[in-house]
Design a protein around this ligand. Structure first.
Ligand code: 5GP
Ligand code: ZN
Length: 140
């Protein structure tokens, strides 16, 4: 169901404006209000699910399918040389809007913007990797 107070549900219902780039029965994509690069888009399911891990697989697949198409258009139409596709799950990972969304961020130059190495710079040592792998595998 849609959530009355959710900003992305309001966009889906047409109650607040957004610069739409794609829409079908299940998925909508629109430009992020704060563009980190020109063309920065968000792809969302029309139904409200709080985040990626809480979204039914069939819907998640449809969202990721549209994210791939947007990324391809960034390259073919906007001249992007790279694209970041990312989704934040919960506040600890930086999620602010609690309606599943995938950021599709075209990248034009190898600048100092977000790179996965920013996280790698904080890399931990002395971790027991086999033990971590065992725990993750139990959940798969
Ligand atoms: P998060 O940190 O939750 O992954 O990212 C939420 C994103 O939603 C942010 O990049 C923010 O700029 C964007 N956003 C928040 N409110 C609005 C809005 O009303 N319209 C649009 N188009 N984007 C929004
Ligand atoms: Zn919502």
């Amino acid at each position: 169901m849609n959530n009355l107070d959710c900003i992305f549900c309001k966009i889906v219902r047409g109650e607040i404006p957004a610069t739409k780039i794609y829409e079908d029965d299940d998925v909508m994509a629109f430009l992020d209000i704060s563009q980190v690069t020109p063309g920065h888009a968000l792809v969302v399911p029309k139904r409200h699910y709080p985040n990626y891990v809480a979204t039914p697989k069939s819907i998640m697949h449809k969202v990721m399918d549209v994210a791939q198409r947007v990324a391809q258009a960034d390259i073919t139409m906007l001249g992007a040389k790279g694209v970041n596709i990312l989704t934040n799950v919960n506040r600890e990972a930086g999620q602010v809007v609690m309606h599943f969304h995938v950021h599709v961020i075209p990248r034009y130059v190898a600048d100092e913007g977000f790179q996965i190495t920013m996280l790698k710079n904080r890399r931990l040592s002395e971790l027991n990797l086999p033990m971590l792998a065992t725990e993750i595998k139990k959940g798969l």
